[in-house]
Design a protein around this ligand. Sequence first.
Ligand SMILES: Cc1cc2nc3c(=O)[nH]c(=O)nc-3n(C[C@H](O)[C@H](O)[C@H](O)COP(=O)(O)O)c2cc1C
Length: 385
Amino acid sequence: MLQHLKFLTAGESHGKGLSGILEGFPAGVPLSEYFIAKDLARRQMGHGRGGRMTIEKDHAEILSGLRHGTTLGSPIALWIQNRDWENWKQDKMSHEPPLKPVPEVTLPRPGHADLAGTQKFGFSDIRNVLERSSARETAMRVALGAICRAFLQELGIQIFSHVIQIGPIKTRQPGDHLASDINAVADASPVRCLDEAAARSMIKHIDETRKKGDSIGGVFEVLASGLPPGLGSYTHWDRKLDARLAAAMMSINAMKSVSIGDGLDVAETSGSQVHDEIILVDDKIRRATNHAGGIEGGMSNGELIRVQVSMKPIPTLAKPLRSVDIKSREAGMAHKERTDACAVPAASVIGEAMMALVLADAILEKFGGDSLSQVKAHIAATGVR
Ligand SMILES: Cc1cc2nc3c(=O)[nH]c(=O)nc-3n(C[C@H](O)[C@H](O)[C@H](O)COP(=O)(O)O)c2cc1C
């Protein structure tokens, strides 16, 4: 769905590491490994994560596309070492055939890619699937998204997120909390929730769920401010900004629904209550409300973009569900790996990264330019700001 930028990720969960390449990114954007590391650390936070987060402190090394602290316009390649590889390289994840047989994983987990993935590729060992279907890959997306964030920040565009629901526990309507730096408030909460009372209940609920050997999902919201109107287009289906954002969010492991603005609620509300009246504020055309979530006709309308995404409960369970052995065809209980009980807070940071990739792409599509200063000049020339 990207029109201008291209990105690729590669790497297995317990392989040597993750690689990523971002192509089509402009020159002249200030960038450092430290800037990317901040978002990688935010992805690793959150109450409910499993043991891996204590082993891995992700760091993305910049291999190309940067000189003297600014981007060159050439492809930016990143590398994130998997620290766990040391424990896996001898046998389970060795590149050479192992010296002694490694036990195969043969009991697929309901809700994971295991069964359909082995059927698709004809594998007898589910590890061939789970190593890549794991959400470990999203660490690289967060790193690539951080590069786009660096670009967007130079244009005055900020991206935030926060968690609005864990299992049955919901916060007040998110529109109430529009602090200037939502991320600073959210990052200080173990569940990235802006409402302290709701956060306490969420933490309790995660602990109770984990004790039962179960898992839990939730909903997060991603916001983008400072956007010019006219990103995306009404002229063709695959240029619509809402469609591009929805596809990007749905591509994150375990996301099951995406809504823009008031989303599902609009179905039960009348038009006069849903549509945002157009008003003049200090001679600027603005909206009285933002039920549309900043997108109309597949284009940004200059208001805050508001996307809500629901995540299903994590499929790997400490108390596993019933399964069938794909080799022996005997009934058994699903495979267990080290697992998170709840990863909604981390998922919200991944949602920010996907938003950053889509918005950076939409800016480059509309305004063009090989360097940051050219993009800035093109934006200024259109007079949209
Ligand atoms: C941040 C994050 C962490 C996750 N951690 C786990 C985990 O520890 N165990 C697990 O079984 N699934 C985990 N998942 C979810 C699976 O990756 C996902 O359910 C699986 O790839 C199947 O894809 P689907 O749910 O989109 O159908 C995680 C997802 C995210 C976004």
